[in-house]
Write a protein that binds this ligand. Sequence first.
Ligand code: KG4
Ligand code: ZN
Length: 348
Amino acid sequence: MSPTQHDVGPETVVLGIETSCDETAAAVVLGGRDIISSVVSSQIDMHAEFGGVVPEVASRAHLESMNPVVRKALADAAIEPTRVDAVACTVGPGLIGALLVGVSSAKALSLAWNVPFVGVNHLEAHLYAGFLEDELLEFPLVVLLVSGGHTMIVEMRDHGDYSLLGSTIDDAAGEAFDKVARFLDLGYPGGPAIDRAATQGDPDAIRFPRAMMDDGLNFSFSGLKTSVMNHVRRHPDVDSLDVAASFQQAVVDVLVHKTFRAAREVGATGVVLGGGVAANSLLRSEMTAAGRSAGIRVSLPGREMCTDNAAMIGAAGWHRLRTVGASPLDIGAFPSMPLVTSGGHPDE
Ligand code: KG4
Ligand code: ZN
């Protein structure tokens, strides 16, 4: 039974699929909100020895994991494939080889089960992670989306109606965490490694620059990374735990300051965090504190909903199916797909 745009409702079951980077994920989501199952198979160990994601390795691993991950998502949800009303999958942005594995699999399942296929923008899905865990969110919202590839402040006026208020002009926040962690030899992936190291360091030990602090809503993290490297080269005996804590404090200060400035500027009722860096302990506690003093609701999705997962794809897919409808089966994959505000995909 294929739902049309008009009968997508609380009982509609969407199977979400995500393969844009190094996580093969599938999830069953009911009514765009209830996570019935969520399975994430991470490739972190495979890429760790290279210090970063190797695209070719990622594509092959997705191919091997896809069927078992989908099977487990259905088994954990205790449903038969006949209960699935639509298959939603990330179509971009991401690594092209990795995306194609998910897109091809999702299209095959939608054909085999005779249900709609929904192409989802990965960035839009990160915006939706907040909705999976906070029923009280009301528009307009400001979302800080901070991941390994993106750092952006988005105004969300309604479902599918967004404005990009600011973004990074060089490195993404997660990229800065990963590069600094690699430089300090703290391990991979860098974000969680710095998060852990910082708990034992002094955040006030070194005053690293807060770039563009009072200059609009864009970000720059490349100078901070260089400043960390220069400091360590000039002071080889410096405690790397202090460097990690001071670096993290500088990143968090800028993220919190600009997010709340944006929230005040657009009169947002709430602030939502999304993307892998939103799992950062200091960012979470400082966002919560800033929200309390500004009287603005701050919504922090659980850490597993901040990093890449398929539940957010299922949720975004449900909203897209309801507001825009199914995607054509000849749609491709889009490595540099922007966050679109019209609900359209690049080739529609
Ligand atoms: O959203 P995500 O899982 O994948 C992308 O779409 O990029 O984000 C991954 C990024 C990596 O750069 C990783 O180091 C960072 O999120 N990250 C963190 C933490 N956990 C993951 N950064 C800071 N603190 C964390 N606890
Ligand atoms: Zn992501």
